[in-house]
Design a protein around this ligand. Structure first.
Ligand SMILES: N[C@@H](CCC(=O)N[C@@H](CS)C(=O)NCC(=O)O)C(=O)O
Length: 216
């Protein structure tokens, strides 16, 4: 099994998950900024053309960060980052969907359709006119997360989960490209500092991220 890895907040999320678990995987590095992930050799494996992916020994390729993490958690259940019980897993999945559907997809598309347009215009259908609205939708989503975090250390309670990793890697990246966390979201601001202080946050950054100028 190997991870098809690259620069970027989504591959970083899986690297952070591995770091939290104390796991290491063989990595094959793709040149994302150069578009290697959009070439035939990669899209034959992962038709969506995005990174990361997990290539299993029998040739099965799993794309989508959360599906990759769920698979790895089944192989290595502790420490649990999805959940140790059916109830914990359901709560994590509920909150991960809230994060992805309300915040991170909007933040990422807001970036791709504006600051990232030069990189993405020939890779996917881009809607520059939608960018300001998507960024506002992300803010509305973050307001919901701010409420969910009231009285809690992490999105699902007192333990870090996949929901936190998805949100952290996206918001850390987005802050560097103009979508900073509104300081009136006090709970999200305190949560961000808490997650940012974990060794896995630093360990998961791509070597050379500072030369790229984006945290991923
Ligand atoms: N929904 C996907 C998103 C993956 C994604 O957006 N990956 C980015 C890297 S952070 C990518 O491949 N961008 C380059 C491209 O789309 O060509 C997941 O969760 O894995």
């Amino acid at each position: 099994m190997k991870m098809l890895n690259s620069f970027g907040p989504n591959p970083r999320m899986v690297r952070m998950f591995l770091a939290e678990k104390g796991l290491e995987l063989p990595m094959e590095q793709l040149d994302l900024l150069g578009g290697e992930n959009r070439g035939a050799a990669y899209t034959k494996k992962n038709p969506g053309g995005q990174t990361p992916a997990l290539e299993l020994d029998d040739g099965t390729v799993i794309g989508e960060t959360v599906a990759i993490c769920e698979y790895l958690e089944e192989l290595h259940p502790t420490p649990a980052l999805v959940g140790a019980t059916p109830q914990e897993r359901a709560v994590t999945r509920m909150n991960t969907r809230r994060v992805e559907l309300n915040v991170t997809e909007n933040m990422y598309n807001g970036f791709r359709f504006s600051e990232g347009l030069g990189l993405f215009k020939d890779r996917m259908l881009c809607l520059p006119e939608a960018a300001p609205g998507l960024k506002n939708k992300a803010k509305e989503g973050l307001a919901l997360i701010d409420k969910l975090l009231e009285g809690k250390q992490f999105i699902c309670g007192d333990k870090i989960t996949v929901a936190d990793l998805v949100l952290y890697c996206c918001t850390d990246f987005a802050a560097g490209v103009g979508q900073t966390i509104d300081p009136s979201f006090k709970n999200v601001t305190a949560w961000f500092a808490r997650v940012n202080a974990r060794p896995s946050a630093t360990a998961s950054l791509s070597p050379g991220w500072d030369q790229v100028g984006m945290r991923g």
